[in-house]
Ligand binder design. Structure first.
Ligand code: ISE
Length: 335
């Protein structure tokens, strides 16, 4: 029997997840699509052939015909929905961030530990991207020696309408924070954020350059520029003592013509990370069906939000912020 999922949120990511689940993921079916805007949900239902539309997320979570929950609603609703799923003892995949406050993250970890088993996965999908996975393999196999630097670029063609300078860290750079913790297998201990001169335009949004230092002394830098215009562009180069490994441009081909080499730059993250989103959903469905867990845990979600808050502090004060994440509970195992 396939896993019966209630999918909450019919916005950009909710619609994308519902379509991926119904078209390319095996072993699962979306039995309910929930959104306060039932018209918007109905459009997704029509495109994906989902069984029913609902306006009440909490009723859908409690519904005995639902086995698992996917949360892709606005960030500030995540904590309550994840807590409701834990209360109903149902596995939940929650889009990042786990919660918009640290209190929310703490409440979720406490509830999950009280439930006695891992129920929460956070949608940091880059852990499933083939490029980052190859990078991790190379590091784990010690092909080029220990890491020294991880250089990252995170550019959006157009920033989402709600994006402020603060959210550049909390909503976008959290991806680099999570994937770097996972790649390097350690926590950050310090962060500095510098900004270039203010670009033109009325948004007031500042591009940012983050420098993060890990426990063992690896330096991770991230250029975050969400108004880059020309396309969605995520890059990473891991520099080790005897070599480097970089993400390749995510295109199967490139062209040489009239004295130029070129390849297409995609316009948003759903296209760039299509394989990662699909593999993340398939891995979640497989793990839940087998009674196990994969991907970012609630602890990882907390660690990313905590680190992002310290980066925000560094950004606001213009000084280096110390990051002391505390001790990982045994419940969440090794990194
Ligand atoms: C967006 O919300 C995402 O989650 C994307 O993955 C990220 O790259 C983008 O910058 C965000 O705006």
């Amino acid at each position: 029997m396939s896993l019966r999922i209630a999918s909450i949120g019919a916005g950009i990511m909710g619609a994308d997840h519902a379509l991926t689940l119904t078209s390319t993921v095996s072993g699962a079916e979306v039995v309910a699509l929930v959104d306060k805007d039932e018209g918007r949900a109905a459009r997704v239902v029509r495109d994906c052939g989902v069984a029913r539309v609902s306006g009440d997320a909490f009723a859908a979570i409690r519904d005995p015909s639902v086995d698992a929950v996917l949360v892709a609603s606005p960030d500030e609703t995540h904590a309550d929905l994840v807590l409701a799923a834990i209360a109903a003892r149902k596995p939940v995949l929650c889009e990042k961030p786990l919660a918009s406050t640290l209190e929310g993250c703490h409440a979720i970890m406490a509830a999950e530990m009280a439930a006695g088993r891992r129920l929460v996965q956070v949608g940091y999908m880059r852990r499933f991207d083939p490029g980052y996975r190859a990078m991790k393999r190379s590091l784990d196999q010690d092909r080029f020696g220990p890491a020294l630097f991880l250089h990252c670029i995170h550019r959006n063609a157009v920033a989402p309408h709600f994006m402020t300078s603060d959210l550049v860290i909390a909503n976008s750079t959290v991806h680099e924070i999570d994937v770097a913790r996972w790649l390097l297998g350690e926590e950050f201990v310090a962060a500095t954020v510098v900004t270039p001169r203010s670009p033109g335009g009325s948004s007031g949004r500042r591009p940012q350059f983050l420098v993060l230092e890990t426990q063992s002394g690896v330096v991770v830098d991230v250029e975050a520029f969400l108004d880059a215009g020309y396309g969605y562009d995520v890059r990473a180069e891991l520099v080790c003592e005897r070599g480097t490994i970089s993400l390749a441009p995510n295109q199967p081909t490139f062209e040489r013509h009239a004295g130029r080499e070129s390849f297409e730059v995609v316009d948003d993250w759903r296209t760039r990370f299509r394989a990662a989103y699909r593999d993340q959903l398939q891995a979640w469905v497989d793990a839940v069906t087998a009674g196990s867990s994969v991907g970012s845990s609630a602890w990882d979600g907390y660690a990313a939000t905590f680190t992002a808050e310290r980066c925000l502090e560094a950004f606001r004060r213009g000084t280096k912020a110390r990051i002391d994440i505390g001790t990982r509970p045994d419940f969440y195992g090794p990194s």
